[in-house]
Design a protein around this ligand. Sequence first.
Ligand SMILES: *Cc1c(COP(=O)(O)O)cnc(C)c1O
Length: 331
Amino acid sequence: MNEQLTLQDIYRARQRIAGLTLRTPLVRSESLSRRWNCEAWLKLDCLQPTGAFKLRGAVNALLGLDAAQRRRGVVTMSTGNFGRALAYAGQHLGIPVKVCISRLVPQNKVEALRQSGAELVIHGEAQDEADVEARRLRDEQGLAYVSPFDDPLVIAGQGTCGLEIMEEQPDIDMLFAGLSGGGLIAGIGLAVKSINPRAEVIGVSMNQGAAMLESLAAGHPLQVPEVASLADSLGGGIGLDNAWSFAMTQRYMDRGYKVDEAQIARAMLHFLREEKLLVEGAAAVGVAAVEQHQLDLSGRRVAFVVSGQNLSTATFAEACRLAGERPYENL
Ligand SMILES: *Cc1c(COP(=O)(O)O)cnc(C)c1O
């Protein structure tokens, strides 16, 4: 990494994105605090207008473009929360957004993206092929390619979530967040460590297809097969040509954990029953990690980034099945 991001970039991002994103609440969880004999805080980034923290980075990336690039527009290949966030931000800022997707993307996701105002480019049979098309459009049409996680402006935007946590609870001992491409952990890690270097930053991925954790173990970016998970927003690779999020995760993340599907399901049900929040699997992995790895949190101040709430009823039903619950009887 020749250039480095600093806390100043996160402050700059915060000023830029304030108009289109929420400063989300940090609320105490009574039930988790009691269960683990700690002070547990939930950062409710699931309340962002597009249902996930990704809007922070997407808005910052678009507002960082110069006037000519804004006119030409941007292209990405994310079919999930980032694609949705970029489309929303583009619509509000008058910047054309193209999202390249493969023919395999399910119809409900295609509809959601279309409704969010993005122009869809359907290409190839797999995400990799869609990505090749996105890069081709970048070169051919002079669009700016925006990575969902490996982009300094995106990372600085996600860092604003960590900055907000530290402003309200500067004495946090530990912070848990979902880990996929690493944009969230990179940004939050930079914010947290700049303000309190002793606070621990912990990333959590699902058991199968944890591309960043496997890459960190190997010491370089690896390609890992993608496997379906309740934490579907944590799927996908980190890019073999990763320039930012791998090095920053290596630097700022203290530990990583993997969690299994049944534990993610139980954590999702915890949010529904005890916190009265419907959250997606990726947002529940921190709670799942504490349970599965029996982490001792007693006497500590702990923050959990509740990162998103974009969940289909089918996925929720699957979570209930895996958790062994009949939701309509037992809420
Ligand atoms: C993208 C995403 C993550 C992980 O963020 P990365 O920057 O890819 O590591 C976690 N939770 C939700 C809900 C997400 O959409």
